[in-house]
Write a protein that binds this ligand. Structure first.
Ligand SMILES: *[C@@H]1O[C@H](CO)[C@@H](O)[C@H](O)[C@H]1NC(C)=O
Ligand SMILES: *[C@@H]1O[C@H](CO)[C@@H](O)[C@H](O)[C@H]1NC(C)=O
Ligand SMILES: *[C@@H]1O[C@H](CO)[C@@H](O)[C@H](O)[C@H]1NC(C)=O
Ligand SMILES: *[C@@H]1O[C@H](CO)[C@@H](O)[C@H](O)[C@H]1NC(C)=O
Ligand SMILES: *[C@@H]1O[C@H](CO)[C@@H](O)[C@H](O)[C@H]1NC(C)=O
Ligand SMILES: *[C@@H]1O[C@H](CO)[C@@H](O)[C@H](O)[C@H]1NC(C)=O
Ligand SMILES: *[C@@H]1O[C@H](CO)[C@@H](O)[C@H](O)[C@H]1NC(C)=O
Ligand SMILES: *[C@@H]1O[C@H](CO)[C@@H](O)[C@H](O)[C@H]1NC(C)=O
Ligand SMILES: *[C@@H]1O[C@H](CO)[C@@H](O)[C@H](O)[C@H]1NC(C)=O
Ligand SMILES: *[C@@H]1O[C@H](CO)[C@@H](O)[C@H](O)[C@H]1NC(C)=O
Ligand SMILES: *[C@@H]1O[C@H](CO)[C@@H](O)[C@H](O)[C@H]1NC(C)=O
Length: 742
């Protein structure tokens, strides 16, 4: 490293003081620009010296062993600090019969690359390590810049269970794929003997390579043939990150050898180890390593549409602006920015008036001009719509909605929602959940709403979003929080829900002993029944069914009359479908999670049934689903309940209030229902529809004229002299009006 920096200083002195700057050159069609160069004294340092041999640009990276590995340079991307090179595919072949026949390595080639002495790292965002084959265990030994300990990892691929082998999926069967450690700058591969004894009667080979993952797609034939090797002629692309110094930007600026020379050149600290690179500042492009190397980026160049159609783009150094032609002004219609004629300005109507005076023949001409004008306007509008909405599949939504007149669903603009929530002010935050942050707001029509700003979504979700909104917007059930609208013109969409004022069921049950004690069994039963009905409705609403995915008491909101309204549904819709993400993104909430889902990663209707069973327990016992203070085996409410059921002492854990109000028969029925919901195996749990029906039956059973509910109702009527439907007579008013569970 010392030598490298020393040379950097020398090179810069050369650059600034003595010699003219190295001229950009090309080799084999690849542009080679400073800090890279061809030949001695033409590059920033030895590490950037590109050899041009037989019209092929090459870079020397040390090999893992004695020999030096030479990689071919395919492209240099100065502004991203990356170069694209080639890597060789390593392989090992074993003779037929494998270990059982006395394994003999027929051939092997194992290589590595070693850039520890050079300013390069293998990009961890672009590259992955792959092995292909049916009997492969390949170790990757390496070092990463800025990390002292050596790295040891590896990849296994087998063909056991090869029925599941599929094109396009590197699943460990026939193909193994591994992310590499950040900052990796040298590695060598080690093939172990056959992983398992094989009775295969053929020779077999395994292949391994560190390579750019973007262009790779697994094919079934790669596992058992040499097709991958042959298709690629033995080499694959590899991306390297480079740095131009081993210091941080701050240190480099203070020291002599700062490489970001130009006026519009900015320094960027490397993310994968010590060092920095240079970039052109916003609105500029070119070579940030040369004085005056960064020049204005012409954003308005033909073919680079940055302004909405119909708007005029004007470029200025470091930026651009979009404006409307003379006589027009910009206007935001349903989140779509367009140019509209100014109010009074109406050259067209004027000419129409003239024409009417002049005669019919001309009128036809003008009418056709007018109509082509309108057609063009409409086409421009459609273009804008497409541009802004396409990303979220909003075009479909837009068209569907405009054809469905009278629908209460609204597409809001960003400004509208910003205004409604007072600029997403912290004081308006109702809650933060797994899917985003919820704000209270008042839209222009005076309606109070809850605005959910979603968290970042993956690409698939973006594309499906419009279609999903369409489904969710049609859901109309008195016990489900209504989706009133959405906003698609921002990177991460926002959803607008009806505002439900009386907090969550969680707050009601666990908000303090006084609050909980005030909730009668009849009310608990009603809330359970209403929630079950709404979930059954969701499950039957569409095909494939809409799953809630995160049923819990804090997702059951309560309105003015403490009617249950289920919120935050559609987790299934918004959930990733590809396996890779499924693993890392566990849905749901601890204490409510379906144990089967944790094993299969497959959310089903029965997962909702399980979670609902836990809510039922909360209602019956008044306890939280997870109690982290208690002894380990008693932490989970469902586990405690199941243990109590086994020992037939379930009445020990039921809430006193419930015990006092519910008949033994009723209590037995309802605990039996909860038990069924909490079965380990999804197939043994009842469907949500059945749960709702049984809860409905229990409610009727409980509804005698002399029940607590009726007495309370009577009392309340006397006390307050108002209509019982609109008041809350069971709940302590101190109970907060925040609802956070959207
Ligand atoms: C960077 O290079 C300088 C000069 O050779 C050396 O003294 C210093 O230790 C290096 N710093 C790091 C973090 O490697
Ligand atoms: C490169 O620079 C070194 C040191 O300044 C000088 O001695 C050498 O002659 C130069 N080589 C070429 C080919 O210009
Ligand atoms: C890379 O080369 C350096 C010497 O330049 C050596 O110390 C290091 O062990 C090598 N790394 C690997 C993984 O072979
Ligand atoms: C340099 O700026 C461009 C454009 O802003 C950006 O795409 C690129 O990632 C930046 N490069 C680095 C190394 O940050
Ligand atoms: C193995 O190496 C030998 C000679 O080195 C060569 O003739 C043979 O074709 C190689 N086999 C494979 C499968 O590459
Ligand atoms: C899958 O396994 C079957 C039997 O075990 C074998 O005949 C077949 O060749 C295997 N296929 C692959 C792609 O390994
Ligand atoms: C996999 O893809 C290859 C190439 O596209 C094709 O020839 C082959 O039939 C596909 N195999 C399967 C099982 O889909
Ligand atoms: C493979 O077979 C040989 C001989 O039958 C045996 O010694 C060895 O342990 C087996 N290896 C594995 C991994 O099963
Ligand atoms: C492999 O080499 C052949 C012949 O030299 C060539 O036609 C083909 O394009 C090459 N394929 C790749 C992926 O480089
Ligand atoms: C946009 O650029 C034009 C031309 O440079 C300039 O006249 C106009 O004031 C700019 N508009 C804004 C809003 O900056
Ligand atoms: C729209 O016009 C207003 C006033 O004319 C201006 O302030 C605003 O920046 C314009 N918006 C865009 C995106 O050009």
């Amino acid at each position: 490293m010392a030598r490298f920096v020393g040379l950097a200083v020398v090179a810069l002195q050369l650059a600034t003081a003595a010699a003219p700057l190295p001229q950009p050159g090309t080799c084999g069609g690849v542009a080679i620009e400073y800090p890279f160069g061809i030949g001695p004294n033409c590059s920033l340092s030895d590490g950037f010296n590109v050899e041009c041999v037989d019209d092929t640009p090459r870079l020397r990276l040390g090999g893992g062993g004695e020999q030096e590995e030479v990689v071919k340079v395919l492209r240099i991307d100065l502004l991203r600090g990356k170069i694209r090179t080639t890597n060789t595919i390593s392989w090992q072949c074993t003779e037929k019969g494998g270990a059982t026949a006395g394994a003999r390595l027929q051939n092997s080639s194992w290589t590595g690359l070693n850039a520890t002495a050079l300013p390069y790292r293998f990009s961890d965002e672009d590259n992955r390590f792959f092995t292909l084959g049916c009997n492969a265990l390949v170790f990757l030994n390496g070092e990463a810049s800025g990390i002292d300990d050596p790295i040891l990892s590896g990849c296994i691929s087998t063909c056991f269970g090869n029925a599941s082998i599929r094109n396009g999926t590197c699943s460990g069967i026939g193909c193994c794929e591994m992310a590499i450690p950040r900052g990796l700058n040298s590695y060598s591969l080690e093939f172990t003997g056959p992983l398992v004894n094989s009775s295969s009667n053929n020779d077999w080979c395994i292949y391994a390579a560190l390579m750019e993952s973007a262009g790779f797609s697994f094919e079934v034939a790669y596992a058992t043939t040499d097709m991958f090797y042959r298709k690629n002629n033995g080499t694959v692309p590899l991306l390297l990150n480079f740095v131009v110094g081993n210091e941080t930007c701050k240190e480099a600026q203070a020291s002599g050898g700062y490489a970001c020379a130009g006026d519009h050149s900015v320094c960027v600290d490397a993310v994968d180890g010590p060092g920095y690179v240079c970039n052109c500042s916003q609105g500029y492009t070119g070579n940030p390593y040369l004085p005056d190397g960064c020049t204005d980026l012409d954003e308005c160049r033909p073919g680079n549409q940055v302004c909405p159609p119909g708007m005029i783009c004007s470029n200025f150094p470091g930026g651009y602006n979009c404006s409307c032609p003379k006589g027009q002004h910009n206007s935001s219609k349903s989140g779509v920015l367009i140019c509209e004629p100014d109010q009074k300005q109406s050259s067209l109507p004027l000419s129409v008036i003239v024409v009417i005076g002049v005669g019919g023949g001309l009128a036809i001409v003008v009418t056709s001009i007018l109509s082509t004008y309108l057609v063009r306007q409409r086409r421009a509008l459609a273009d804008v719509k497409r541009k802004y909405f396409a990303q979220h599949g909003g075009l479909l939504l837009y068209e569907e909605l405009s054809s469905r007149q009278g629908n209460a669903f609204t597409i809001y603009t960003e400004e509208q929602l910003e205004q409604a929530s007072n600029g997403f002010d912290e004081s308006n935050v109702l809650g933060r959940g797994g899917h985003g942050t919820v704000y209270k707001g008042t839209v222009a029509s005076g309606v109070v709403v809850a605005i959910k700003r979603c968290k970042l979504m993956d690409e698939r979700n973006k594309k499906e979003f419009g279609k999903e909104m369409l489904i969710l917007s049609q859901i109309n059930h008195k016990n489900i929080v209504k989706l009133l609208g959405c906003c698609l013109e921002v990177d991460v969409p926002m959803l607008v829900y009806e505002y439900v004022p009386n907090g969550t069921l969680y707050q009601l049950i666990h908000g303090g002993p006084a609050a909980a004690a005030a909730v009668s069994f009849a009310t608990r039963l009603r809330i359970a029944h209403e929630s079950a009905e709404s979930l059954a409705y969701l499950h039957s609403f569409a095909s494939p069914p809409i799953l809630h995915g995160d049923v819990k008491s804090s997702n059951i909101l309560l309105d003015e009359s403490f009617m249950a309204k289920v919120s935050d549904f559609g987790a299934s819709i918004l959930a990733p479908t590809d396996e890779a993400q499924m693993v890392t993104m566990v849905q749901g909430t601890c204490g409510y999670l379906d144990p089967e889902y944790m094993q299969t990663c497959q959310l089903t209707e029965k997962s909702d049934v399980y979670s609902f069973g836990v809510v039922l327990l909360e209602l019956l016992t008044g306890e939280k689903p997870l109690c982290l203070d208690g002894p380990e085996e008693g932490r989970s409410l469902s586990a405690r309940f199941l243990a109590a059921m086994r020992e037939t002492r379930v009445d020990k854990i039921v809430d006193e209030k419930v015990k006092g109000e519910a008949s033994d028969e009723l209590l037995e029925e309802i605990t039996q229902l909860a038990l069924e919901c909490l079965q380990m195996c999804g197939g043994d749990r009842p469907a949500m529809k059945e749960v709702a029906e049984r809860l409905g039956g229990l409610r009727r059973l409980h509804q005698h004229p002399w029940t607590q509910d009726a007495v309370e109702l009577e009392e309340a009527r006397c006390l307050l002299g108002s209509s019982p439907e609109s008041i809350s007579f069971e709940v302590d008013a101190s109970h907060g009006t925040d609802s956070s569970g959207y």
